[in-house]
Design a protein around this ligand. Structure first.
Ligand code: FES
Ligand code: FES
Length: 223
């Protein structure tokens, strides 16, 4: 099917740019020799870009410390590939449109909605999922805090939230409550566990705030 120009992929754009520049008989070397640094850089980038598709293509990344490879279609999301190729089903498909956070994984240490990232875009990346957190059955401090603070009910949102909190604490080991709420802002918990999620994150950081005082009310803990 032909796509309108406005839907052309970056790959198409890069090929067009390269074709255009090559068509002028310009190479990165000659551009550099002539002092045209910007053009030389553009040509070098065009040469580095690897076209994907339209069929399956091989991608490789480090998944929870293990180098893995898979053949994927360019349309497949990282979430689909993690779940169907590697059995990492901790990342959940909630909305499949970048609004709930249930699919969150860490890419290069940064929380990413895996439903919004194509698997081919993860080529060469370092990816962490909830499956790689507990080593030998030993929970991480963040996971342990979620257990102790009862930071979940059904658990559907929990893998993603744990990873976002983990990423926060690596950058800021002593975040305040506002920072925790900011880090968790991209996650929707249908069970309404948000207050206890914040309490768990602060517990994991070792920070105690007044808002962590627990009040037991009707069998539910409120923070
Ligand atoms: S499933 Fe990815 S944000 Fe909801
Ligand atoms: S614990 Fe159920 S969605 Fe968060």
């Amino acid at each position: 099917m032909n796509h309108p120009a406005s839907f052309s992929s970056s790959r198409d754009a890069s090929l067009s740019r390269r074709s255009f520049l090559k068509g002028l008989g310009v190479t990165a070397a000659t551009a550099a020799a002539n002092g045209a640094e910007a053009l030389a850089a553009d040509l070098a980038q065009a040469d580095r870009e690897r076209p994907f598709g339209p069929g399956e293509t091989a991608v490789g990344f480090v998944l929870d410390g293990v180098r893995v490879q898979a053949r994927v279609e360019p349309r497949e999301t990282l979430l689909e590939v993690l779940r169907t190729r590697f059995g990492h089903t901790g990342a959940k498909e909630g909305c499949d449109r970048g609004t709930c956070g249930a699919c969150t994984v860490l890419v290069g240490g940064t929380p990413v909605y895996a439903c919004m990232m194509l698997a081919v875009a993860a080529d060469g990346a370092t990816i962490e999922t909830i499956e790689g957190q507990a080593i030998g059955g030993r929970l991480t401090p963040v996971q342990q805090a979620f257990v102790e603070k009862d930071g979940l009910q059904c658990g559907f949102c929990t893998p993603g939230v744990v990873l976002s909190v983990t990423a926060l604490l690596r950058k800021d080991p002593r975040p305040n409550e506002e920072a925790v709420r900011g880090a968790c802002a991209g996650h929707v918990c249908r069970c309404g566990s948000h207050p206890r999620i914040v309490a768990a994150a602060l517990e994991a950081s070792g920070v105690k705030t007044a808002s962590q005082m627990e009040v037991v009310s009707g069998g539910r803990h409120h923070v």
